[in-house]
Structure formats: structure tokens, C-alpha cells
Design a protein around this ligand. Structure first.
Ligand SMILES: CSCCC(=O)/C(O)=C/O
Ligand code: FE2
Ligand code: NI
Length: 192
């Protein structure tokens, strides 16, 4: 289930709100222009599907988002666990890419077709940790400071929407804030 935990930007240990109530999560995020919608999950085993098959599965909804939000490029970010050292190294490297605070010049729109991942949003003087699960479509306005954690053992498939043809472009703030806030595994504990 989707989880939201809110903390002051200067006190990561002070939990102002922790909820799994979908309506509450949607409302809290909406106050900051962040949209969370739910789509039905259409495959129980997306790891068995290649990127094109996954995109085909969600084609109607993808086209809807592209038309509504002016998206021109769609890709898939994904990792599924493999029992090799080579995979662990690749996963650790991929994880580092998004772990520092950054923002984008366009909205960040992501659909989780599988697994989970933690978006931490720095909104005003508070930090919103949003654990997205399969079925979540999250839309974060351009310019919002944030970071993303795929966890120690990443397992997710996310459809990403871009307005610009050059795809993912991050503007890193250089602030050391992300290291002070809980990571995915800490927030979710042993849940699966
Ligand atoms: C869940 S998609 C991979 C992460 C990403 O694209 C991003 O911009 C994180 O902030
Ligand atoms: Fe991002
Ligand atoms: Ni998986």
C-alpha cells in the first residue's frame, strides 16, 4: 500500500504524519500541486515482459497522459532482482543516480507497473516521503526538489513520461539533505 510520511525539513526524526489512507495521501499531496492517481495493475509478472510489451499493455492510458500533459517521450526504468554480484553492483550504481536532491525543468510523471520506490519531496519547509506501489501514477510539478530511492534490492518497473525529447535531465541542488531522511527500506521495514 502507498505510504506517506511527513517530517519537518530540519527534524527528520519528528513524524508529523504517517498514513496509508489513500484519500488522505491524495489530499495532502494535492495541497502542493502533486497528483497521485491509481491505475489498475494489468500484469502480475511484469518482469516476464520486455519494455515494449509493458508499454503495449498500458498503451491506452499512456496515450491519455501524453495527450493531456503534452508528453512526447515515454520510457521504462526498471530493475528486477538477480542473484549475481554483477547485478548487485549495477543496482547499487543505479540507486545512487537519483539519491541526491534534484529537480527537473518539467513535471515528473511516473507510473509504477510493478514493485515499489520512494519519492521524497521537499515541499516548502516540510519533507514528504511517498512510498509508491504498483498501480500508483505520481505527478510532481516541475521545479519541486526531490530524490528517489529504489532500495537495497531494487524491484520495480516504472513508466516515465517526458515533455522534452532529451528525456531525463536532473538539476542537482547540491544540498546534503537526502542523507538525513529515511530511505525506502527503513520506511517500510520488513514489509513486502
Ligand atoms: C521511478 S523512475 C526513476 C527515477 C527518476 O526518473 C527520477 O527522476 C527520480 O527523481
Ligand atoms: Fe527526479
Ligand atoms: Ni519484480
Amino acid at each position: 500500500m502507498t505510504l506517506l510520511q511527513i517530517m519537518p525539513e530540519d527534524a527528520p526524526d519528528r513524524i508529523l504524519l504517517r498514513t496509508r489512507d489513500d484519500e488522505r495521501i491524495v489530499a495532502e499531496l494535492a495541497e502542493h500541486g502533486v497528483t497521485l492517481r491509481r491505475w489498475p495493475v494489468l500484469s502480475a509478472d511484469p518482469a516476464a515482459l520486455d519494455d515494449q510489451a509493458l508499454l503495449d499493455l498500458y498503451r491506452d492510458r499512456i496515450e491519455e497522459v501524453c495527450a493531456r500533459e503534452g508528453m512526447t517521450l515515454v520510457d521504462i526504468a526498471r530493475l528486477h532482482p538477480e542473484p549475481t554480484e554483477e547485478w548487485r553492483e549495477r543496482a547499487a550504481k543505479a540507486r545512487l543516480t537519483f539519491l541526491e536532491e534534484h529537480r527537473h525543468g518539467e513535471d515528473e510523471v511516473r507510473f509504477f507497473a510493478h514493485g515499489r520506490g520512494l519519492f521524497t519531496l521537499h515541499l516548502g519547509e516540510r519533507v514528504f516521503a511517498v512510498v509508491c506501489e504498483a498501480g500508483d501514477l505520481l505527478s510532481v510539478p516541475a521545479g519541486v526538489r526531490h530524490w528517489f530511492d529504489m532500495g537495497e534490492c531494487p524491484d520495480f518497473a516504472a513508466i516515465r513520461f517526458f515533455q522534452e525529447e532529451d528525456g531525463w535531465v536532473g538539476d542537482f541542488t547540491g544540498a546534503p539533505i537526502a542523507g538525513r531522511f529515511p530511505r525506502l527500506d527503513e520506511l517500510t521495514g520488513s514489509e513486502r
